[in-house]
Design a binder for this molecule. Structure first.
Ligand code: SF4
Length: 714
């Protein structure tokens, strides 16, 4: 092994980094377009994760004494295959469920979907990306006919006159991204909507931007208010709406009723501030001759049972101003997980086959069955979204076994205590991971797997740019790639089709499967990524062979191979038009009330990533953020006798969690914030509700009615 040019193991910015192996494993950033030479603390310390003290290195099987004991791969895989056969013989194919992850490489995401449908014959597969991007994806698919987080290169943001960020805090979650906002911030065009004065919201103060802090759960009303002002100022891009959209008149009719004073009452945002945001957006819009404007959504507005509607309201606003599909303007969403984009394109979702194909579409089934060498009728149908899948485990008629790959639902799923109970009740729980996560600790079989620095593969950034992951070091002990594990299990289960274990070969099959689909990778291969001008710059999908040949013949710049900008000529619906869709606010599923008078919101901290399974094992990250906190306003703190450092209890209808108080003026007095990186008694997801969005299946992570109480003083 030796030095390798690759990308960070964590978030969807996929910062470029070189792994140096001369004296232990060391990380150095390189000048990749998304990070421009920067890394955050997580990226800088990422090499540590390969050698943490409790790294899993051998398969573990729960023995007679109920402890997990090391066994050989032969024993572990034979045991799993035998248990699967027994359970399916008694309860049918759907008795085995699969839960995947948005951090898996494209190759693994693809192979996991194939493994579930061919080797297990189950429809019961979904993944943790359901908790991440599903609302944004559903809204974008409905509006534009296709979902690519940012349908433009992230570097385009630097030229904008305005960027509106709604429910997104990149200064904390993906800090190098902020350099793409520097220019717009200096122009006074940075606009942030967030109930907290986050690190990103604070940036608006450095450049005369605007931060709106609405009451949690009222984003949709606020967006209707902004649209109302655009209408009232006659700032609609009427030519664009007429030529490129449909359905806007009905949307406008709804927005008319959301005058600013009404929005102030509902959202708690001053009328004058609402006008300031509208002023900046309108002035930057193409119709006004501005330098362009972007509307960007994040999990804060998406992770609710009304998430699809809320993102739709943001898209409607962007359409009104004529932004999507325009060079220098647009709508996009900031994907969170490392392969949040690719993870949702290759068949891990309950309703999708590779290439972003719908599983119930006969032509899609025929195409994928052809690639897999089976008859279309043998492919299972549509499964159920993650929350329903987890909730059905062990119930009458529900799955009796679960295979978990690249996820830690005991920490990351809503109503986490209930999820734990469901997992404990299973006949078989298999978890493949690099460390003994909270979910792995409940398993009957734990499988040690390779991770980023130890494997080849590809990831797809938040801009739809396919990039290479490269191997620098060997995995420790007996850890194996999931590709090998699924091939071995498929063989034991007598599955049809071929099961390559080399990532390049799996990618070639994935590319064939994606051909003609919405996310078309058919012109790409590991070889093309390594040898073409795309080396270390990636290729944006869709990328067919003829498109890439044309790009290379034209001598396009290396970071513009494939399709960097979608929708410049037409949207992906058959008529080429974007859809404006009527959406209206509604009462939250868990409204504040006398016994639960506070809004609980959840989110991330700079030093941790997702469920924290990796970052909580990195000493310097743990030292910076050692334990869960509850952020609350001094006014609320005073009412309850709470000071910073005190142990407090937060209670919702699901249960109680405990954390140290952080008293801060950066949050609304009616709201408390908890990060979701911890399990156990400090788990924010002990408190969140499993109510889901009817369109996307997204649960209510971002809004719960809570009460707070002092447990012990600081
Ligand atoms: Fe970059 Fe995200 Fe990794 Fe930080 S966590 S270095 S922002 S990819």
């Amino acid at each position: 092994m030796g030095n390798a040019t690759t990308h960070c193991p964590y978030c969807a910015l996929q910062c470029g980094m070189t792994l140096r192996t001369d004296s232990g494993l060391r990380v150095e950033p390189f000048d990749f377009p998304t990070n421009q030479g920067g890394l955050c603390q997580k990226g800088w310390s990422s090499a540590v994760v390969t050698s943490v003290a409790d790294r899993l290195t051998r398969p573990l099987l729960r023995g007679e004494g109920r402890d997990l004991v090391p066994v050989s791969w032969e024993v572990a895989l034979d045991h799993i295959a035998a248990r699967i056969r027994d359970i399916q013989a008694e309860y049918g194919c759907d008795a085995i469920a699969v839960f995947g992850g948005g951090g898996l490489t494209n190759e693994k995401a693809y192979q996991l979907g194939k493994f579930a449908r061919l080797a297990l014959g189950t429809s019961k597969i979904d993944y943790n990306g359901r908790f991440c991007m599903s609302s944004a994806a559903a809204a974008a698919n409905r509006a534009f006919g296709i979902d690519r987080g940012l349908p433009f290169p992230v570097t385009d943001l630097a030229g904008a006159g305005a960027v509106l960020l709604i429910g997104s805090n990149p200064a904390e979650t993906m800090p190098p991204f902020v350099r793409h906002l520097d220019a717009v911030r200096c122009r006074g065009g940075l606009l942030v909507i967030d109930p907290r004065r986050t690190r990103t919201a604070a940036l608006t103060e450095l450049g005369s931007g605007v931060h709106l802090a609405p009451r949690p759960g009222t984003d949709l009303a606020l967006l209707l208010g902004l649209l109302h002002i655009v209408l009232a100022r006659d700032a609609l891009d009427r030519d664009y709406l007429a030529q490129r959209t449909s359905g806007f008149d009905e949307v406008a009719a709804i927005a008319v009723a959301w005058w600013p004073e009404r929005v102030e009452q509902v959202c708690g945002v001053p009328v004058a501030d609402l006008h300031r945001v509208a002023d900046v957006l309108i002035a930057a819009s193409p119709r006004a001759g501005g330098s362009g404007a972007y509307v960007l959504s994040g999990r804060g507005m998406e992770q609710s049972s009304h998430g699809t509607a809320t993102v739709t309201a943001a898209i409607n606003l962007a359409l009104a101003l004529g932004l999507p599909g325009r060079r220098g303007s647009g709508f996009g969403t900031l994907t969170g997980q490392g392969n949040g984009q690719g993870g949702r394109e290759h068949g891990q979702k309950a309703d999708q086959l590779p290439g972003y194909r719908h599983i119930e579409d006969p032509a899609s089934r025929k195409h994928i069955a052809g690639v897999w060498g089976v008859e279309p009728h043998t492919l299972p149908g549509k499964g159920v979204p993650a929350v329903q899948l987890l909730d059905s485990l062990g119930r009458p008629g529900g799955p009796r076994a679960l295979l978990v790959h690249g996820a830690n639902p005991v920490v990351s799923a809503p109503d986490a205590e209930q999820v734990s109970r469901r997992l404990r009740g299973l006949d078989l729980l298999v978890v493949a991971d690099v460390v003994p996560s909270e979910t792995a600790q409940l398993a009957e079989v734990v499988l040690p797997v390779t991770q980023w620095a130890e494997e080849e593969g590809t990831m797809t950034t938040l801009e739809g740019r396919i990039v290479r992951r490269r191997k620098a070091v060997d995995a420790p002990g007996a850890a194996q790639s999931e590709l090998w594990i699924w091939a071995e299990l498929a063989r034991r289960l007598g599955a049809p089709s071929v099961w390559p274990t080399e990532p390049a070969a799996v990618f070639d099959e994935l590319a064939r499967a994606s051909a003609g689909g919405l996310a078309d990778y058919s012109g790409v291969s590991h070889d093309v990524l390594d040898k073409a001008q795309a080396n270390n710059r990636g290729i944006y999908w869709p990328a067919t062979e003829s498109m890439l040949r044309f790009d290379l013949e034209q001598g396009d710049p290396a970071d513009h191979l494939g399709t960097p900008r979608l929708f410049l000529d037409r949207f992906a619906h058959p008529d080429g038009r974007a859809r404006a869709v009527v959406v209206t606010p509604r009462e939250p599923a868990d409204p504040v009330r006398r016994e639960a008078p506070i809004h609980l919101i959840t989110g991330r901290l700079l030093h941790h990533y997702q469920s924290g399974a990796q970052t909580r094992r990195v000493p310097e990250l743990l030292e910076a953020a050692p334990a869960p906190i509850v952020e609350l306003h001094p006014e609320l703190a005073r009412r309850h006798g709470i000071t910073s450092g005190a142990l407090v209890a937060i209670t919702t209808a699901r249960g109680t969690a405990y954390a140290r108080a952080r008293v801060s003026l950066d949050i609304r007095p009616d709201t408390v914030f908890m990060p979701f990186h911890w399990g156990g008694l400090g788990s924010a997801n002990r408190l969140t509700a499993p109510t889901t969005d009817p369109t996307s299946g997204m649960p209510d992570f971002k809004l719960a009615a809570a009460s707070i109480a002092l447990v012990t003083t600081a």
